[in-house]
Design a protein around this ligand. Structure first.
Ligand code: PSU
Ligand code: MN
Length: 310
């Protein structure tokens, strides 16, 4: 059954064998999303929240060409210290990293892929990739949207940053048949803010309702993911004017410097961070913690349900 290229950490293997709930976490946020040592502290804090809610955390990465579901604290420290020296690994990078024995920080795309290979259904992150502003000419659409269309994992996020074209991102998800569920909201959250002006079709009130929808999708044999949008906690949400100004500036700088391909998202994120200072880092950490908690609640709820497999 097990994929030859995949390693489960001992706690993750034990949990999956025993039918205990597991929650996946990504590693691009560690290597490319935050400075050291905050990135390591945050990665460990996210794992703690998942443990506290009765689940086992599986932080996902590629190390020495091996796909890893579940990392040790030393492995998380290694990723955090090396930061952006570690390749940002999307779907197309996996075969090369595996063949050459290289390291990779997994994006939403590859975290979903590896979670699914391991048999993990729920994944918590901060923001997903999407359709970039100007995609009409650049054709820059994140592989995350394709992965959400094809891989049966529930992704719990705080929406997407408006460095993206959020309207086009929702259109793309609709075309590709991805359910997008608001958690106690009817509006797509925009990462740092609870609002974006883009309405959602469905509002879910509790983890059991999210579990019901995920189970229904599986029982019908619908092969695809599900995107849950959990707005940033109110007390950490930022001033939309401040954020929007920083984003406009970051997007303009990216265009002026002709940044494209996989470098664009990390460029925009780090530019927004520079322009907004430390407060955006704290907001980022808080929404990640909130998403990890909700993901653990859903995974805990799913543990008692039948698990139709693909
Ligand atoms: N958006 C964020 N924070 C992030 C990312 C996106 O607000 O950390 C990361 C995620 O790992 C996501 C990836 O999967 O960037 C998307 O990159 P791209 O746009 O190149 O597909
Ligand atoms: Mn891209």
């Amino acid at each position: 059954m097990m994929n030859k290229r995949l390693d489960l950490s001992p706690p993750v293997a034990a949990a999956l064998n025993a039918g205990c709930p597991v929650v996946a976490l990504e590693s691009t946020v560690i290597c490319h999303g935050m400075p050291y040592p905050k990135n390591v502290e945050t990665a460990l804090a996210l794992e703690q929240v998942i443990w506290k809610n009765g689940c086992v955390p599986a932080t996902i990465a590629v190390l020495g060409g091996r796909l890893k579901a579940g990392l040790s604290a030393a492995e998380i420290e290694y990723l955090g210290k090396n930061g952006s020296r570690i390749t940002k690994a999307s779907r197309r990078d996996l075969p090369i990293l595996a063949a050459k024995g290289l390291d990779g920080a997994t994006t939403v795309t590859t975290t979903m892929m590896i979670a699914h290979m391991a048999g993990i259904d729920v994944f918590a992150t901060g923001g997903v990739g999407g359709v970039h502003r100007g995609a009409e000419t650049s054709m820059d659409v994140s592989a995350d949207l394709e992965e959400l269309a094809r891989t049966p994992v529930m992704v719990i996020c705080s929406g997407a940053k408006s460095v993206l074209d959020l309207g086009l991102t929702l259109e793309y998800l609709e075309t590709r048949g991805v359910p997008v569920l608001g958690y106690r909201t009817m509006e797509l959250p925009a990462f740092y803010t609870r609002q974006s002006g883009f309405p959602l079709d469905y509002r879910m009130e509790n983890p059991a309702e999210l579990a019901d929808a995920f189970l229904a999708q599986r029982e019908m044999g619908i092969r695809g993911g599900m995107l849950v949008c959990n707005p940033i906690p109110k007390e950490y949400s930022m001033d939309p004017k401040v954020i929007e100004a920083a984003i406009e500036r970051a997007v303009a700088d990216g265009q002026a410097q002709r940044i494209h391909g996989k470098a664009l998202t990390p460029f925009l994120l780090s530019r927004v961070k520079e322009l907004t200072g430390g407060s955006s880092l704290e907001s980022n950490i808080q929404l990640l913690l909130s998403n990890a908690e909700l993901a653990a609640q859903v995974a805990f709820e799913l543990r008692t349900r039948p698990r139709p497999s693909f």
